[in-house]
Design a protein. Structure first.
Length: 147
């Protein structure tokens, strides 16, 4: 359980760090400006950006408010909510398949020129990819259910 807690903490810390770095870049701000705006020390912002420390709840709330973003918005996502780390791979596979299917269904085939695909051609491409990846029609990897 300690390993899972460590993984979750790392994910949450990294997401928060990424949000702070992005906000600073988008707003042409620096560590001192954000710290002043949030009412924290520059060292707290520096520690968040370096990723060496997970911010305290108080620091996280103050920084997120200063950035105008809720903590929930920063930390939303499926991976941190997964109870079992072995489920990470399954989530990535399922997300990949959904994205791939959407791309084929909604996109065009790129070669030397754009070619509009028929629905039958799109279905064939998806079926062949699923067969190659050993995936059932529902989009689940056949080997994932076996222990």
């Amino acid at each position: 359980m300690k390993e899972l807690d460590k993984q979750r903490k790392n994910i949450v810390t990294e997401r928060f760090r990424d949000a702070v770095v992005k906000w600073m870049a988008d707003h042409h701000s620096n560590q001192s400006d954000l710290a002043k705006r949030a009412g924290v020390t520059r060292a707290i912002v520096a520690n968040v950006i370096s990723g060496h420390r997970t911010p305290t709840l108080t620091s996280a709330v103050l920084l997120s408010r200063a950035m105008g973003v809720s903590l929930d918005e920063i930390e939303s996502g499926r991976i941190a909510d997964v109870a079992d780390p072995s489920q990470f791979a399954k989530l990535f596979k399922e997300d990949f398949l959904k994205t791939l299917k959407s791309t084929v269904k909604n996109g065009q085939y790129y070669s030397r020129e754009l070619v509009e695909l028929t629905d039958d051609q799109k279905d064939t491409i998806i079926r062949l990819i699923y067969a190659y990846l050993d995936v059932s029609k529902t989009g689940h990897f056949k080997g994932d259910d076996k222990q």
